[in-house]
Design a protein. Structure first.
Ligand code: ZN
Ligand code: ZN
Length: 345
């Protein structure tokens, strides 16, 4: 089968590989019908994910059809359409039992697919702990609608869930990339009074204004004064930082009102400074990533009810045979790309 492979630092290639086989009674083999490319894939390519294993098939955002299940798999059967969770988790360790599945203590726990074990930018993928890693897609939900459930939408849902958003709150989201927009969609479900979005890229600001006209949009330069002007208590009640830029952590806590919750969704490439003397008396609560991706069933039912729709994020489509071209466009942010759907032949 064809599989997009991490060859070495700086090089991915579409190679021919053996189709995966069951290795454990809890495994399932999924025929991938649609996958996507994530910024984390580029982090692997650029060598900034040290635990990524050269030779593995990349890709951790995908949907497909269950082809085969191990003898201990209970929740899905061959023929089921499923989302695949970016995180592998056992469901029974201390962290899993508390919903902190990102810190599952299994050797493959956390982000393994497409990083430490073969992922889904391929024709087939082996999913360990299939009862936890797969969710059935409701009949009325298409592959496109479900494509982001296991990764960026799970991230946005988790971020909104832990941020203690109250009805009427002013919520600031920094960054309107794919994860920022998923965060926006999930924050909006919690009836905030206002959502403000700060984004430096003009095309992305236009995208937000066009698709979510109720959201107020600003630039990083004007963000602090804009937030003060559009909030009731001198700053945002909740800040979700999804940009991961050089100054966006500082911007996040500066835009928060006293006693606000500041949730860090972004993954930074550099260490950030927590200037406690300047913050003293602001009494902020910080929450940090990564995602505990255990809400996929609930997210799928919200999609089925028409309450979450991420299909506008899919700006481009390529068959798997042309995935190298898809990477070129995604990596260089050409042609207004936000997300790419990679389809089976
Ligand atoms: Zn990702
Ligand atoms: Zn676990």
């Amino acid at each position: 089968m064809k599989a997009m492979t991490y060859v070495e630092q700086g090089k991915f290639a579409l190679l021919d590989k053996e189709k995966p086989v069951l290795q454990d009674p809890k495994d399932a083999i999924v025929r991938v019908t649609m996958s996507s490319i994530c910024t984390s894939d580029l982090h692997i390519k650029h060598g900034s994910v040290p635990r990524a294993v050269p030779g593995i098939t990349v890709g951790h955002e995908m949907v497909g059809v269950v082809e085969q299940t191990g003898s201990e798999v209970r929740s899905v059967r061959p023929g089921d359409r499923v989302t695949v969770n970016v995180e592998t988790f056992c469901g029974s360790c201390f962290f899993c039992r508390h919903g902190y599945v990102n810190n599952c203590t299994d050797p493959n726990g956390g982000w393994a697919l497409g990083c430490r074990i073969d992922g889904g930018q391929a024709e087939y993928v082996r999913v360990p702990y299939a009862d936890q890693g797969l969710n059935r897609i409701p009949d009325g939900v298409t592959d496109q609608q479900a494509l982001f459930v296991g990764d960026i939408l799970a991230t946005g849902f988790w971020a909104a869930r832990i941020s203690e958003i109250q009805p009427g709150d002013t919520v600031l989201i920094i960054g309107a990339g794919p994860t920022g927009i998923c965060t926006l969609l999930c924050a909006a479900l919690r009836q905030p009074g206002r959502i403000l979005v700060c984004e430096k890229d003009a095309a992305r600001r236009r995208f937000v204004q066009e698709h979510y006209p109720q959201v107020l949009v600003c630039t990083p330069e004007t963000c602090e004064s804009f937030v003060r002007e559009h909030s009731d208590h001198g700053g945002a009640d909740v800040v979700l930082e999804a940009a991961g830029g050089a100054d966006t952590f500082t911007l996040a806590w500066r835009c928060a009102r006293p006693n606000a919750v500041v949730t860090i969704v972004a993954l930074y490439e550099e260490a950030q400074t927590l200037p406690l003397p300047q913050m003293y008396g602001k009494n902020l609560t910080f929450k940090t990533g990564g995602v505990d991706g255990c809400d996929c069933g609930e997210i799928l039912s919200l999609i089925e009810q028409g309450r979450i729709d991420t299909t506008p994020l899919i700006t481009h489509r390529f068959p798997l045979s042309e995935i190298e071209e898809a990477y070129r466009i995604f990596e260089n942010r050409l042609d207004g790309v936000i997300k790419i759907a990679v389809t089976a032949e």
